[in-house]
Design a protein around this ligand. Structure first.
Ligand code: DC
Length: 468
């Protein structure tokens, strides 16, 4: 397999081509526009006078010409038998015909082989199309699925055409886009659909620059040091950035990966030195895709006890009052903490958490809502179910033991002790969808209490009594 494969799939006009080009530039990878391949074959077939609905004839077209696809100065050069057709394949009449070629399974087979050969030749690629994450590169290092609503995609396309001096009918463009969506989504082979482990990015209402930045940060987060993420170009080189939304609220930015990992190593030393730290059941933490660590809450140090066991960068949630101290606020922000108001339903924080989860992140949460008063697990709040349902994330129950003894809410400072963290069997989004919020809260409460009993018995400690 190539050194790095990032796939970006999505419907026509979702901005994936621009994103793939920009991301490739930033990752030092080669950009592959697979739509240009389908367009090239279609043009050759039209030039040959082939019947576009006859698969046999289309296969002969593919085999009868030399096709060159080459990434050059930010676009895909396409040549048929040495003839440069890069501009001609963008013709609207030709665009309408590509769907015939795209539904032919044997043509797709040949193009899939060409795309894999391209990846092997270039080593590091960012490829965009419809089936890149599902069919062509199922083992890609990172997969994105881009969406944007049809009306917005039509507007973007109309703007592009107007910029070239063409007269446009917005409604006609929207209808053409919707027809292509239907054809892309409904074909039997290589249909347009998100790969199971794809990160979903909705670019509706966002500038391309903002989405590129988001994708790049995610790439850095997921693939770590393998993908250096260079700084953004200065404003003058990136006019679109000025159209971006206002700066996100405190805590919305993410820490540089290196800083997060450094902080984690320091915390690991701290945990071993003062708490004889042990963790079990880490195989229950998903390696890819979004998840929520639903942990019991015994002390201020619980996020540290969860984070040091997890090899993926987590997002944490902390009481907004903790951000008031400038130094401490900056410190926790720098390791991915989001502020949340505790006395009211903090809709903005909820949105941010759901957004992170939809991007495929892991988030550490304390669904009891507050630290325990006596070491026992408090009943989980039913509202937690709402967040799980909206984000469609896997939920991993986490039981922390020993933190109450070391730093309960009644102690000013912590005292050294023994901390044990147990990760339980995950609850899949489908299981969660089948439960009401109350059922989920009840299941989690009982699971955490059972885990606590087992963990304490294992250490020869007295289990808590829940009958009182
Ligand atoms: O991305 P684009 O609009 O240039 O793609 C042109 C056509 O090619 C589009 O109608 C769908 C098809 N296509 C495909 O079926 N599979 C791909 N991987 C890429 C494009």
């Amino acid at each position: 397999m190539a050194d790095l494969i990032v796939t970006i799939d999505g419907p026509a006009g979702s901005g994936k081509s621009t994103m793939a080009k920009r991301l490739a530039e930033r990752l030092g990878a080669t950009f592959l526009d697979t739509g240009a391949m389908y367009r090239g074959i279609t043009l050759a077939a039209v030039q040959d006078g082939a019947d576009l609905t006859d698969e046999e004839q289309l296969v002969r077209v593919v085999q009868g010409h030399r096709f060159d696809f080459e990434a050059a100065s930010g676009r895909m050069l396409v040549r048929i038998d040495g003839d440069d057709v890069t501009e001609r394949i963008r013709d609207p009449d030709l665009t309408a015909k590509v769907r015939h070629v795209a539904v032919a399974p044997r043509v797709r087979e040949q193009l899939v082989a060409m795309q894999r050969a391209f990846a092997a030749r270039h080593g590091r690629i960012v490829t965009e199309g419809r089936d890149q994450g599902t069919v062509v590169f199922p083992d890609a290092h990172l997969k994105f699925f881009l969406t944007a609503d049809a009306a917005e995609r039509a507007r973007r396309r109309a703007d592009e055409l107007r910029a070239k001096g063409a007269e446009v009918d917005l409604e006609e463009i929207r209808q053409a886009i919707e027809a292509r969506d239907r054809s892309d989504e409904n074909r039997a082979v290589g249909p347009l659909k998100p790969a199971q482990n794809a990160v979903m990015i909705d670019s509706t209402g966002r500038s391309i620059e903002e989405s590129v930045e988001r994708i790049c940060r995610l790439a850095e987060e997921r693939i770590g040091a393998a993908v250096p993420c260079p700084p953004q170009p200065p404003q003058s080189e990136a006019p679109a950035a000025r159209k971006d939304k206002p700066h996100p609220p405190a805590g919305a930015t993410r820490s540089p990966a290196a800083w997060y990992w450094l902080a984690r190593v320091v915390c690991q030393f701290f945990c071993i030195l003062f708490f004889r730290y042990r963790s079990y059941g880490r195989e229950n933490i998903p390696r890819t895709g979004s998840f929520i660590l639903a942990s019991n809450h015994q002390s201020f140090l619980d996020p540290v006890f969860c984070g040091v066991a997890v090899k993926r960068r987590l997002t944490y949630v902390a009481r907004d009052t903790l951000f008031r101290n400038r130094f401490f606020g900056r410190l926790i922000t720098s390791v991915n903490a989001i502020p949340i108001g505790r006395d009211k339903a903090d809709i903005a924080a909820m949105r941010m958490i759901i957004e992170r989860l939809r991007e495929g992140a892991g988030v550490c949460l304390y669904p009891e809502g507050t630290r325990t008063h006596d070491g026992r697990v408090i009943a989980v709040k039913p509202g937690f179910g709402l967040l799980c349902r909206r984000s469609k994330a896997t939920v991993v129950p986490v039981l922390i033991d020993g933190a109450f003894e070391s730093w309960s809410r009644y102690k000013r400072f912590f005292t050294p002790g023994a901390i044990l963290v147990q990760f339980g069997k995950p609850l899949a989004p489908e299981q969660i969808a089948a439960m009401s919020n109350e059922q989920l809260a009840d299941t989690l409460t009982r699971t955490l209490r059972r885990m606590q009993r087992e963990v304490r018995l294992k250490q020869g400690k007295q289990p808590y009594d829940y009958k009182k």
